[in-house]
Design a protein around this ligand. Structure first.
Ligand code: HSE
Length: 306
């Protein structure tokens, strides 16, 4: 195999109670990338559509992740990468992560899969870091592994995949404003009150337990964020209105997707997801900000060859 085309899905990070450690994989939105083996050593980015991104590999998220992967391999050939972006930068649904995860997945495939998907998370994180200014894996991990992922630890990296309950749907409202992850991280306090920490880790344990036992009520009770949301929600116009309407219409929970501005809701069943999506849409039509709404099952597969 010398050429492949792949689908790199969008992801939702944090999931309210799991800042920097939880994420899930979406299936209805994602980028495409094409990889070719080349006689020229190293990484060349030959085509980019849908976004204005650097072609220089050392400045491009996909390029940096790809270079991290091949760095210690003694290869006498290289790779060409085409990046076709569908996920907008700064949207909060893992745009840079899709490129980073896609890059390492594609090259690993062309190399005959020397690394497992779990091992690829480490290299993808190196690419993600140049976009966001920090190494976090809560978008690249679900993009690579599918389902839900928990980053149990960063040093050493310990990533656990959790299968999604069958009837779970995600709704995402993406307001067309850009929030840079670095900016959304800059508004956070370096310390958190003890009581908030107790609430947050109780909820994270509850969410994990609810996912393993298909307990939708427990998932619902656990989708709370007392640590991050209070600082970030002001960056997102009409955040409270959208979140409240989602919950009033039956969502299990709602919150900021990643660093925002996208707002997500998790729902049990497609009918509820459709109802929640309509209500969120109606609410945002009252603003003068354009937006998209996506409804997606949880994608169990992650990044894949198409
Ligand atoms: N956990 C990260 C954050 C995800 O919220 O800053 C965004 O890339």
């Amino acid at each position: 195999m010398t050429t492949i085309k792949i689908f790199c899905p969008a992801t939702i990070a944090n999931l309210n109670c799991g800042f920097d450690v939880m994420g899930l994989c979406l299936e209805t939105i994602g980028d495409e990338m094409i990889f070719r083996k080349s006689a020229v050593k190293g990484i060349q980015i030959t085509k980019i559509t849908g976004a204005n991104l650097p072609f220089e590999a050392t400045k491009n998220v996909a390029g940096v992740a790809a270079l991290a992967l091949i760095e210690n391999l003694d290869l006498d050939f290289g790779f060409e990468i085409e990046i076709h972006k569908k996920i907008k930068a700064g949207s909060g649904i893992g745009s840079s992560s899709a490129s980073a995860a896609g890059a390492v997945f594609g090259i690993n495939e062309l190399l005959g899969n020397p690394f497992s998907r779990n091992q690829l998370v480490y290299f993808a994180m190196k690419g993600e870091a140049i976009a966001s200014g920090s190494e976090h894996a809560d978008n690249v991990a679900p993009c690579l592994l599918g389902g839900f992922t928990l980053i149990r630890g960063y040093n050493p990296l310990d990533v656990i995949k959790i299968d999604a309950p069958n009837e779970l749907y995600a709704v995402v409202l993406h307001p067309h404003i850009e929030i840079k992850t670095a900016d959304a991280r800059a508004v956070l306090e370096p310390t958190i009150p003890f009581q908030n920490a107790i609430t947050q880790w109780g909820n994270l344990g509850g969410l994990i337990s609810g996912l393993y036992t298909n307990d939708y009520e427990l998932i619902s009770r656990s989708l709370q964020d007392v640590v991050i949301e209070p600082f970030r929600k002001h960056l997102i116009p009409n955040f409270d209105d959208v979140k409240n309407i989602a919950i009033q219409n039956g969502a299990l929970g709602s919150g900021i997707s990643g660093a925002g501005p996208s707002i997500f809701a998790l729902c049990k069943g497609e009918n509820t997801a459709n109802k929640v999506a309509s209500a969120m849409r109606e609410t945002y039509l009252k603003t003068n900000i354009s937006f998209d709404v996506y409804i997606s099952k949880i994608n169990d597969e992650g990044v894949k060859i198409i």
